[in-house]
Design a protein around this ligand. Structure first.
Ligand code: ATP
Ligand code: MG
Length: 183
């Protein structure tokens, strides 16, 4: 499974539609302080279902919507689309049939949040299910953000354990068990 592109519209500093392609096995995003590098990482977490505004370096969930700059008015909604190459079937089960998977999230100023799987509206749960056990996901170890290493070093045992469980691929089964027990 490989992330092949990110489309950002109205998200944080990306007011106009931008498509960031990831062509090879390594892509570096470079630029001066404040140009939006971390915003791209926030976008990846956000579309996978991150629901903590703090993790996204904001105060409320609508802080991800472009809120204006000198000469540009704020916009009414933000959307991010991630496109994955799934030709190796990493996203298994019902998803294995799709060689390409697109995941999109949209939010409006009135906090309406919508998720899409390959263009079809779906639930947030469908998106989190998709990533469970793949090593990806909003809090996954596949995304190592600024300051995360020191957070991990200082993590409480329970937090450290959940990171290890996701890495070992057992979080998926724990989630299923939790669901069954709650029925
Ligand atoms: P550094 O090298 O310092 O880590 P960076 O390239 O990671 O910088 P980011 O943190 O991604 O920079 O971008 C910060 C910029 O994004 C700031 O200029 C901030 O004003 C802008 N920004 C964040 N949220 C919004 C928003 N909702 N609307 C408009 N601009 C925003
Ligand atoms: Mg940064």
């Amino acid at each position: 499974m490989r992330l092949t592109s990110i489309k950002l519209v109205g998200f944080k500093s990306f007011v106009d539609a931008v498509n960031v392609p990831f062509a090879g096995n390594m892509t570096a995003i470079v630029g001066p302080n404040g140009c939006g590098k971390s915003n791209i990482i926030d976008a990846v977490r956000w579309v996978m279902g991150e629901s903590s505004a703090k993790t996204l370096r904001g105060e409320s969930m609508t802080d991800v919507i472009f809120n204006g700059s000198t000469g540009r008015s704020p916009v009414g909604q933000a959307s991010i689309e991630l496109v994955f190459d799934n030709s190796d079937g990493t996203m298994g089960g019902a998803y294995a049939q799709y060689a390409e998977i697109s995941v999109k999230r949209q939010v409006t100023r009135d906090s309406q949040s919508n998720y899409f799987f390959n263009g079809q509206k779906c639930r947030r749960r469908d998106i989190s299910d998709l990533f469970l056990g793949t090593g990806l996901g909003p809090r996954s170890y596949a995304i190592i953000g600024q300051g995360m290493i020191s957070r991990l070093v200082e993590a409480r045992p329970e937090e450290l354990r959940s990171t290890l469980e996701e890495a070992a691929g057992v979080s998926k089964y724990k989630e299923r068990r939790r669901e069954t027990e709650n029925r």
